[in-house]
Design a protein around this ligand. Structure first.
Ligand code: AHR
Length: 321
């Protein structure tokens, strides 16, 4: 093969440049994702954080991660710092539904796309985010309600329910309550006699259940907890009160974390509705798609099931969180 002088000069220049510059100079610039997490309030949240961190690593995406300790102002601060750092995409799981418009407008003005994961915001302006990926919390509440009404369909007399709500103002607390009530209201024998927040934590779940037991004692037939952690805390309170969880008091919760499966296998929890925290792979794909200019659906719903205690032992080895 012959080379003219010009081609030869270009080839020599490229070769000498290659030996002078480090390999990283030729590598593609990594995408940067800023993620503002709610906190570390539950087993579910720990699994969600792990899923996001490991998927970012696997996808070769640089992750800037912050933990808001369940405080909206901390999440807003984190989002503003990601805007200042000019990250490629911002994602977050909003601790509560309202109060996001200002900071989302700031992200939009800076032309940084925002992805909502796990929980949504209640803005009318859906141009403030690209997509919302996560569970249908209302349907989770309905599943819990359907399981209960089916189990107690032949029961005569009132069914007194106490409810442990999630964080006040959060999408899962609002929607899980709504979905559950939608189903039980069809039969007036089902009555929610007490309802209070346990903030999605074991400690608060136990504390509030102790108060419920003190006030209502043996009148309580059912505990509906908006997540497994609160149910696990409440189970402890029920046992300390000398009652048998899942027998004297039917216990229903949501998430399907390993801790709930252990409680079901031990015969202390009747049922857990699944809510998957494994959103990391989907999120990383969305980040890549957004940067590639693809259009994403506004809503990506996670597929989920329900696990009564009868299937817990068989299902346990398949659980990933
Ligand atoms: O937003 C999802 C909820 O938040 C989970 O059900 C709960 O465990 C978590 O803290």
């Amino acid at each position: 093969m012959t080379m003219n002088r010009r081609t030869l000069n270009i080839a020599l220049a490229a070769a000498s440049l290659g030996s002078l510059l480090p390999a990283s100079a030729f590598a593609q610039k990594k995408l940067v994702l800023g993620f503002a997490q709610v906190g570390a309030e539950s087993e579910w949240r720990t699994a969600n954080t792990e899923s996001i961190k490991s998927s970012a690593k696997e996808a070769g995406i640089e992750l800037k991660f912050s933990d808001a300790q369940q405080k909206q102002e901390n999440q807003i601060k984190a989002i503003r710092s990601y805007i200042a750092q000019k990250v490629d995409v911002i994602a977050f799981s909003p601790v509560v539904e309202s109060g996001w418009e200002t900071v989302l407008r700031e992200a939009k003005a800076a032309k940084i796309p925002v992805v909502l994961t796990d929980r949504s915001v209640n803005t009318k302006d859906d141009t403030l985010y690209v997509t919302f990926m996560g569970s249908d919390f209302t349907e989770e509440g309905r599943k819990a309600g359907r399981w209960l009404t089916e189990k107690m369909k032949d029961q005569k007399g009132e069914v007194n329910i106490v409810e442990l709500q999630g964080t006040v103002g959060s999408a899962p607390a609002i929607d899980r309550k709504k979905g559950f009530e939608e189903i039980i209201k069809a039969d007036p024998k089902f009555k929610i006699i007490r309802s209070q927040t346990g903030d999605f934590t074991r400690a608060k779940g136990k504390e509030v259940m102790e108060a419920f037991l003190k006030a209502e004692g043996k009148k309580i037939n059912v505990l509906y907890a908006h997540n497994d952690d609160m149910a696990i805390g409440a189970i402890q309170a029920i046992e300390e009160a000398g009652l048998k969880p899942a027998k004297d008091i039917t216990v229903i919760s949501i998430d399907g974390v390993k801790g709930a499966f252990e409680a079901m296998i031990a015969g202390k929890l009747n049922v857990s509705v699944e809510c998957s925290p494994l959103l990391g792979p989907q999120l990383m794909q969305a980040v890549k798609d957004i940067k590639a200019g693809k259009t994403l659906p506004k809503r990506i719903v996670t597929e989920e099931g329900i696990f009564p205690m009868e299937v817990a032992a068989k299902e346990f080895p398949n659980r990933k969180y």
